[in-house]
Design a protein around this ligand. Structure first.
Ligand code: NAP
Length: 339
């Protein structure tokens, strides 16, 4: 039986350690596909996972987001052929329609479910999507979590319209693909960031306005001024306790806050009352379905968006890639090439 390399999170004293291991490729079931992984990407969630000593099985294969090439198919698989370029879906069981909490338990790369930081991954035939032809494997690997989350937030739920305004927090993976997708939809995007240098880069990439949230802590007021006193139509709430109240202050009447992130932790909750006087909404967003992913990829094909990759690390450099993401100096996504 052929052996392959993968990473595993193993218990070491009070933390989880990343170790490389070898395993045997199991036999494919009739409806499964064997993928030779070519690239993966890290998300902020992967930092939460490695810090969660109790919440994951010992030996968990980390990371949810990857892309690769079909190497073999089960006897009942008709929609995929050897050589097809595919991406894994974050929730393999959420194919379409309404969300069910049961999907949370099988999200890739967390809890009890192995992820994609591996030479090979076995997936159900309906839990993968085709990679748009113009994207590299690394670019495709940036989308399963960050891209699909933004698709659900701004498009499937938010019904974004040309001419609307969008505010994104920071310049990490979710924020930048949100900016690119919103721009392609004809919206104007305000980026808030800790860094003037990152804001300058965001402007080069199409940000309409930038606000440094360190130099201008009351960025909500600045955003209201920039929108002629009206407020912002869509806010991607990524910060958590340090940003909730300002997001509620900056949202326009009838606007939508997509509740997505926890960058400042899981602290105290905001005062929601101002939302009622603006007829504004908060949409809870948890990534998205396979159907959302397919819709995102169709839009990507049409708009030819190139996801922003800050750094690509090799398979032997995975610990460095985690450290790099943790340091939060990145602009866009951090990827692993599975060479
Ligand atoms: N609900 C979901 O389905 C879902 C899906 C994906 C991600 N998320 C969550 O969304 C958040 C972003 O994820 P990501 O993978 O894009 O993270 P990331 O790539 O690591 O982005 C981190 C960046 O956010 C900015 N930032 C950090 N703290 C901030 C704060 N208090 N206020 C504003 N900006 C801040 C910084 O950018 P600057 O240096 O430019 O300020 C930092 O570099 C995380 O909390 C993640 O867990 C949730």
């Amino acid at each position: 039986m052929a052996k392959f390399r993968h990473y595993a999170l193993v218990r070491a004293e009070s933390e989880l350690a990343l170790v490389q291991r070898e395993s045997e490729i199991p036999k494919l079931a009739a409806d499964q596909v064997l993928i030779r992984m070519k690239a993966a990407s890290l998300n902020y969630r992967d930092l939460l996972t490695i810090a969660d000593v109790q919440g994951n099985k010992d030996g968990l294969v980390p990371l949810s987001d990857g892309a690769g090439e079909v190497q073999a198919v089960g006897s009942d698989v008709r929609q995929w052929s050897v050589g097809d370029r595919v991406s894994t879906a974050f929730f393999p069981t959420w194919r379409s329609g309404a969300f069910s909490p049961a999907h949370l338990a099988v999200a890739l790369g967390g809890g009890q479910t192995d992820g994609v930081l591996s030479d090979y991954v076995i997936a159900q035939q309906d839990a993968i999507v085709a990679v748009p032809e113009y994207l590299s494997f690394e670019q495709a690997a940036t989308l399963p979590c960050a891209g699909v989350t933004v698709w659900q937030a701004l498009f499937a739920r938010g019904q974004i319209q040309a001419g609307q305004t969008v505010l994104v927090q920071g310049t990490g993976g979710v924020a930048l693909i949100a900016m690119q997708l919103a721009n392609a939809a004809g919206a104007r995007v305000i980026v808030i960031s800790s860094s003037d240098e990152k804001l300058a880069k965001a402007k080069q990439l199409g940000a309409w306005q930038g606000i440094n949230y360190r130099a201008t802590p009351d960025w909500d007021r600045a955003a209201i001024e920039l929108t002629d006193g009206i407020g912002v139509d869509h806010i991607l709430e990524l910060g958590g306790p340090t940003t909730y109240d300002r997001s509620i202050a900056a949202i326009a009447p009838g606007g939508q806050i997509a509740q997505i992130g926890v960058l400042s932790g899981f602290g105290s909750q905001p005062n929601m009352t101002p939302l009622q006087f603006k007829n504004a909404s908060v949409n809870g967003i948890c990534v998205g379905s396979v159907e959302h992913f397919k819709a995102l990829n169709l839009f990507m094909e049409k708009s030819r968006i190139e996801p922003v990759i800050d750094q690509q690390f090799g398979f032997s450099e995975v610990p460095q890639a985690y450290d790099y993401l943790r340091a939060a100096g990145h602009f866009g996504k951090v990827c692993i090439t599975i060479d």
